[in-house]
Design a protein around this ligand. Structure first.
Ligand code: FES
Length: 246
């Protein structure tokens, strides 16, 4: 496990405060917990602070959240330094997390890592233009689209050195990029399209629909039989009353 420390003092901002929108959001999150249990909101508040602050958590944000939740600063510091989802140093405009676990590795993750090394430099360092930083991480749960990388909040999958390089070029230039598979794959379907459940009649609603229609017909028959039985009982009652009069 790597050592996780706060960024050097020279990089730390002098203060931190939520924007009015984020403050209102934080108060809504805190209100979800019973009185005295506000500390339970620490994880989402740290995450929102990271999103607000160029995707990393400065010391001032840790202290601000500790004050807001009535927690000891060291408790919030422990959480921020424990979970690797919190970045403690600047990560550039686009933070790239390349999956280096077995399925991605077998499918070419090393070539993606090489692109990062050549274009950005070592892990955990921001590129000279301030656009990128990268990190090799464990499985991100998108193994069927290996190799893949998470960049900020989105997944980019089915990477090759070529399409990954172009992705970085487009991001650096501020051009729109395609999230998800970078080839013709749709979601996590096999390349070339689905190979199972291709018979539309199995899932077009007709099977469920026919069952429902039969159920409704049975219910209608029962209702008619019940109405006829009630009518016959009424007629029998009326005829008995007539006979009694005579
Ligand atoms: S191994 Fe890379 S996403 Fe699972």
């Amino acid at each position: 496990m790597s050592v996780r420390r706060l960024a050097p003092d020279a990089l730390q901002p002098p203060s931190f405060a939520f924007t009015p929108e984020n403050l209102a959001w934080a108060q809504m999150i805190i209100a979800k917990y019973p009185a005295g249990r506000q500390a339970s909101a620490v994880i989402p508040l740290l995450w929102r602070a990271q999103e607000q602050h160029q995707y990393w958590v400065p010391r001032a944000a840790i202290e601000y959240i500790a004050n807001m939740l009535g927690m000891a600063k060291i408790r919030v510091m422990e959480i921020a330094t424990f979970y690797s989802m919190y970045n403690l140093e600047p990560v550039g405009k686009h933070f790239i997390q390349v999956c280096g676990t077995t399925p991605c590795r077998l499918n070419g993750a090393e070539k993606i890592i090489k692109v990062c090394e050549e274009r950005i430099g070592e892990q955990r360092h921001v590129s000279a233009d301030g656009n990128f930083a990268w990190l090799e991480v464990e499985c991100l749960g998108s193994c069927c689209n290996a190799p893949m990388a998470q960049i900020n909040n989105d997944y980019y999958e089915d990477l090759t050195p070529e399409n990954f390089g172009k992705l970085l070029d487009d991001m650096a230039a501020g051009r729109p990029v395609k999230v998800g598979p970078q080839n013709s794959r749709k979601g996590s379907e096999p390349l070339g399209g689905a190979k199972t459940l291709t018979d539309a009649s199995l899932y077009d609603g007709s099977v469920v629909g026919s069952w429902k229609a039969r159920f409704e017909a049975d219910e209608a028959k029962k209702a008619i039989a019940a109405a006829e039985a009630a009518k016959a009982a009424e007629a029998a009652k009326a005829s008995a009353a007539e006979a009694a009069k005579g």
